[in-house]
Design a protein around this ligand. Structure first.
Ligand code: NAD
Ligand code: MG
Length: 401
């Protein structure tokens, strides 16, 4: 891409899997990108090394104690980066006037406010944090449209769909001749595990994804297929496609990252090795193509591509996501919040793998749905759902020690 003016970049969640992959791509193009801000929660040493390497103007952490630790590491390394602290600072670095691109790669509901701040400031938003769209799809898409922001999906499936849609696609399926979105899913590590054995699944087994290396939360979501459910909701908002026109297809090789079916019978797909640097590089370079450091796909090595229907009895979380999308309003935010509590309890060994779906279903049925028309309504739905989920855990004697 043209090297004359550097693209300025904030990376939210720089210390996570997507953040690290983003910086890997950025480091391959030192003349094209300049890092203005990096954020992280917890992994202070990694963040400090990233600051030394990329020399951003700001680094943001959540706790004052982490900020102190980071300041002292940076002082020792002679790095000038200014350390800020707290949620407001995350919003601040997402909306800085000098920033062109914001990579939104915080995990979970915590990513909502900074992603929204980037959209409201009219940035190019490289959206990995799918929870933003699941929780507040209408609000976020309105913020994108009203403020001239550009939204580029990082989730590999949505990035593939974005690539397979016409460049001028404006959310009008009919006009574009689109009949269906086909969302591929690997099926996770338990596609063939006998259903009666799923109860015994450990966090280590759930986090061992066959094809992708990801953070722990999304790895568990992939194992329950809640991740695909969240992605159905994400696709609905990104491409303005109703749930009935989104088909989940199990494709164990994860080579086809998703497909768009057109009314004339054509189906366009994006294929590649499963490596998140491809969608990241696509969004960073858009509309140009830049090197991602990813090896070329060898179709002779792949040899076979397989497809299956998803089994909704084995993966009830996928069914719940379609139900939440159908109910609309805050239902997806409620499901997302319940699921965050459930996954954290599972990772803490306080909840059986199969109870993740039971807890999610209970909360989705119990909490009343609001319109999710304002940020306050979205956050209220999120909080009531979390409290209801915690209550459920406590009633079953599974509360945190
Ligand atoms: P991760 O757990 O590896 O990293 C999460 C990042 O968010 C870290 O930098 C962490 O410090 C930060 N963070 C965590 N809690 C925070 C909080 N409360 N406030 C501020 N920052 C916080 O997660 P990941 O796998 O990189 O995923 C990030 C996002 O991208 C998620 O929304 C996930 O669904 C999405 N995503 C990831 C992948 C993947 O391959 N990893 C693929 C598609 C989409
Ligand atoms: Mg995905």
């Amino acid at each position: 891409m043209s090297a004359s003016v550097k693209q300025k970049l904030t990376v939210l969640g720089a210390t996570g899997t997507i953040g690290v992959n983003t910086l890997d791509v950025v480091a391959r193009h030192p003349d094209a990108f300049e890092v203005v801000a990096l954020t992280g929660n917890g992994q202070v040493e990694r963040l400090s090394q990233q600051c030394v390497q990329f020399n951003p103007r700001y680094a943001v952490v959540l706790q004052e104690s982490a900020a102190e630790q980071l300041r002292s590491l940076l002082r020792e390394a002679g790095c000038q980066t200014e350390v800020l602290c707290g949620v407001e600072a995350l919003e601040f670095v997402s909306a800085l006037p000098e920033v062109d691109n914001v990579m939104a790669a915080i995990v979970g509901a915590a990513g909502l406010r900074p992603s929204l701040a980037a959209a409201q400031a009219g940035k190019r938003v490289l959206l990995a944090n799918k929870e933003t769209l699941v929780m507040s799809g209408r609000l976020f898409m309105d913020a994108v449209h009203h403020n001239g922001a550009v939204l580029l999906p990082i989730d590999s499936e949505h990035n593939a769909i974005f690539q397979a849609l016409p460049r001028d696609y404006n959310g009008d399926m009919q006009r574009a001749g689109v009949s269906k979105i086909l969302l591929t899913a690997s099926g996770g590590p338990f596609r063939r595990t006998p259903v009666e054995d799923l109860k015994q699944v450990t966090p280590e087994q759930a986090c061992a994804h066959p094809n992708w290396v990801m953070g722990r939360k999304i790895s568990v979501d992939s194992a329950t297929m809640m991740n695909k459910g969240l992605e159905v909701i994400e696709a609905h908002w990104l491409f303005n496609v109703p749930g009935k026109d989104i088909q989940v297809v199990i494709h164990p090789q994860s080579v086809i990252h998703s497909l768009v079916q057109y009314v004339d019978g054509s189906v366009l797909a994006e294929l590649g090795n499963p490596d998140m640097r491809t969608p990241i590089a696509y969004a960073l370079g858009y509309p140009e193509r830049i090197d991602a450091g990813v090896g070329q796909l060898d179709l002779f090595k792949v040899a076979q591509l397989n497809f299956e229907q998803p089994d909704l009895d084995r993966f009830p979380c996928l069914r719940l996501a379609f139900e939440a999308l159908e109910r609309g309003g805050s239902a997806p935010a409620i499901l997302n919040a319940a699921n965050e509590v459930a996954v954290a309890a599972f990772l803490d060994r306080r909840l059986a793998f199969t109870d993740i779906a039971r807890l999610n279903e209970e909360v989705l049925q119990t909490v009343s749905v609001n319109a999710a028309a304002t940020l306050e309504e979205v956050i209220a739905a999120d909080q009531v759902a979390r409290a209801t989920a915690q209550n459920w855990l406590e009633r079953r004697g599974m509360q945190a020690a």
